[in-house]
Write a protein that binds this ligand. Structure first.
Ligand code: UD1
Length: 387
């Protein structure tokens, strides 16, 4: 007698915070394009919830509405992680997944991986193996732990496999597929919003930004730069100096805005030379990056996007988990070293700064490679094993 084949459970994809959306969008598209793939389910943990941090990016990326929103909101790391776990468990119980797909290194990534693995559900980590070797970064803890417990690890650069091997992870589980963030970038670049439109929408001083030799884009939100008054004041002082040579455009993360207010540091922002904007959508951000003379950032994703676009990037951190952007791309890790930053800015203004090349497999097809590996992998797991 033939048993009816069971419909496989969904591929449950998790997003939580802004940098997750551009990674998951092309993966869902690639899975949906594969007739052999189980259906996809999109779970949003609600770690980010503001319209500016969330809804606009979903629209820009044509990412479908989540099937479930866990609405966890903000909190301490323990509260946020625990709440995501508590609310994610009933979702997987109600609709047991074929696998859970997590991306990046935010609290949602780790929380959902932990829930799934303890229920025997395979976990797939996209952007595995990146390491800053700085355990004071919350994201480093999330990366280390997620990679330890997941079943399939997709990497963006070859060095990631060596990091994983050193941590005792079997390389059979590791697959170099390229960078899904660049899939989104290449698919969206033609729709990037020109900076002049962004400035006009925000009532920014286009005379200041239009007449000179361009602008610098600044995004800062890491705890190491913004959570302590001294560090934030130091960063703002350096930006103030640079802004006298090159006008700066600063879309402010809510965390950074709140800290500037709390520490009473608005007086350090010279509004004649620095244009402060609310968080921008994905297409606006791409437009700003593409046309910037230089970018100063502590974001992981923007280090990659500037390398892909060949725009000089100064990373205001002590380290990077994305070394390929330094070795091959346009990135220089500068910390808050005023002298070094001033020198790099001068070089960029004089001669364009460091040239780079686009890393291997950052070609817009990483999601296709993921689907081509994951779908047969899931099918093999579903096959009955006869003793
Ligand atoms: C999180 C990620 C970080 C990522 C960043 C991108 C972790 C540990 N950190 O940091 O890796 O680079 O997202 O933005 O997961 N807030 C709002 N509106 C929102 C979301 C947050 O106002 O929609 C404010 C709240 O005051 C909140 C603060 O921002 O307390 C920080 O949010 P949180 O999700 O804790 O971390 P991020 O700093 O955004």
């Amino acid at each position: 007698m033939h048993e009816l084949a069971q419909t496989p459970g969904p591929i449950t994809c998790v997003v939580g915070a802004r940098p997750n959306y551009m990674k998951v969008a092309p993966v869902i598209r690639a899975l949906r394009a594969d007739a052999a793939a189980p259906r996809t389910m999109l779970v949003h943990t609600g770690q980010h919830y503001d319209v500016a941090m969330n809804d606009r990016l979903f629209a820009d990326l044509k990412l479908r509405k989540p099937d479930v929103n866990l609405d966890v909101g903000s909190g301490t790391h323990a509260q946020q992680t625990a709440e995501i776990m508590r609310r994610f468990e009933p979702v997987v119980d109600a609709s047991p997944p074929s696998c859970v797909v997590v991306v990046g290194d935010v609290n949602s990534t780790l929380a959902c991986s932990l829930v799934a693995v303890k229920k025997g559900i395979p976990v797939v980590h996209i952007e595995a193996g990146l390491r800053s070797f700085d355990r004071t970064m919350p994201e480093e803890i999330n990366r280390l732990l997620t990679d330890q417990i997941c079943d399939v690890l997709y990497t963006t650069e070859r060095a990631a496999a060596e990091n994983l091997r050193r941590e005792g992870i079997s390389l059979e589980r590791v697959h170099f597929v390229g960078n899904v963030m660049i899939d989104s970038l290449l698919a969206s670049l033609q729709y990037a919003v020109p900076p002049s439109v962004v400035f006009a929408h925000n009532g920014a001083d286009t005379v200041l930004l239009g007449e000179e030799r361009g602008f610098g884009l600044v995004t800062l939100h890491r705890p190491s730069n913004v959570d302590e008054q001294g560090s934030l004041a130091q960063a703002l002082a350096i930006l103030g100096e640079i802004s006298q040579e090159l006008p700066l455009v600063c879309p402010l993360h809510p965390r950074t805005r709140e800290r500037i207010e709390r520490f009473g540091l608005w007086r350090m922002v010279d509004v004649r030379r620095m244009v402060v904007l609310p968080p921008q959508g994905y297409l606006e951000t791409l437009g700003l990056i593409k046309d910037a003379t230089l970018v100063i950032t502590d974001s992981g994703g923007i280090q990659e996007e500037t390398t892909a676009l060949g725009v000089p990037c100064l990373t205001m951190r002590e380290n990077t988990e994305r070394p390929i952007t330094v070795e091959q791309g346009t990135n220089v890790v500068v910390g808050r070293d005023r002298t070094l930053i001033r020198r790099c800015v001068a070089e960029i203004l004089a001669a364009g700064g460091k040239r780079g090349r686009v890393p291997e497999l950052w070609d817009g097809r990483a999601s296709e490679r993921i689907a081509a590996h994951l779908v047969p992998w899931l099918a093999r797991r579903a096959e009955p094993v006869y003793a």
